[in-house]
Ligand binder design. Structure first.
Ligand SMILES: [Fe+2]
Ligand SMILES: [Fe+2]
Length: 243
């Protein structure tokens, strides 16, 4: 497994794995960087080089997950990245799915019960997904940022304890498996069961987008479950020791 490092040219990284395009965007980089290395680009844009390198490696190699190293990054940096990922889903991937599913289903000349079934599975997935990410942004991420603030700033601790008396991230944790299952059901209904009287290219375009969504979402959930939550548990222990 050859990992990318700060001396890798970002253009070659993208040639090796173009699924990293939205990942580098949400880390703050747009295309047009010539032959510059990751180090040059990050320095120019004031982006944390180690965070950048670890995030692209974690996304690129499923088997790579350096938990110890990832735990070194600040929670605010991790949350900023997670929120940008949510924005990418809400502002781009979901509207793109909405568009592609309609193109795909309209290509079936007879509006059938099967079409309704696909729409229903898609709507179920989308609903579960939107509830999940809005809950994280409304409840879980603010809790984490307030906890972080309470550790850095002693004058904020009393207020934090009053707001969250038995403070524990376990009350905020939500499973990712329901969302994954619903997306799997949707993919399977098309791959295995839907009578193929539709335009194959449009069907593939919709499925491709779902696979891309799945890869991004699983990576995102991995960062939440294995980086954010353990980091928050560490911080909760630090705050308990301050009592
Ligand atoms: Fe999330
Ligand atoms: Fe999540």
């Amino acid at each position: 497994m050859e990992l990318f490092n700060e001396n890798s040219k970002l253009a070659s990284v993208i040639h090796k794995d173009h699924s990293l395009l939205p990942v580098i965007n949400r880390l703050g980089i747009k295309l047009g960087f010539g032959d510059q290395t990751i180090r040059n680009i990050c320095e120019e844009k004031d982006i944390d080089i180690n965070f950048f390198v670890e995030i692209i490696n974690v996304f690129h190699y499923e088997a790579y997950f350096p938990e110890k190293r990832l735990l070194d990054f600040s929670v605010s940096m991790v949350i900023e990245y997670l929120i940008k990922t949510h924005q990418y889903y809400v502002n781009y991937l979901i509207p793109e799915n909405d568009r592609l599913i309609e193109l795909f289903l309209l290509a079936n000349p007879e509006e059938s019960n099967e079409n309704e079934l696909v729409r229903k599975f898609y709507a179920n997935f989308k609903e579960e997904f939107v509830i999940h990410i809005s809950y994280e942004e409304r409840e879980m991420f603010p809790y984490v940022l307030e906890l972080n603030e309470a550790i850095k700033n002693p004058s904020f601790r009393e207020q934090f304890r009053q707001k969250h008396p038995g403070f524990s991230i376990s009350g905020f944790e939500k499973e990712h498996s329901n969302m994954d299952d619903k997306l799997d059901d949707l993919k399977n209904i098309i791959i295995k069961y839907l009578p193929p009287n539709y335009d194959q290219n449009r069907g593939n375009a919709f499925l491709n987008n779902l696979f891309m969504f799945e890869k991004d979402m699983k990576n995102h959930s991995r960062i939440e479950d294995h980086i954010l939550i353990p980091k928050v548990k560490q911080l909760e222990k630090v705050l308990l020791n301050h009592e």
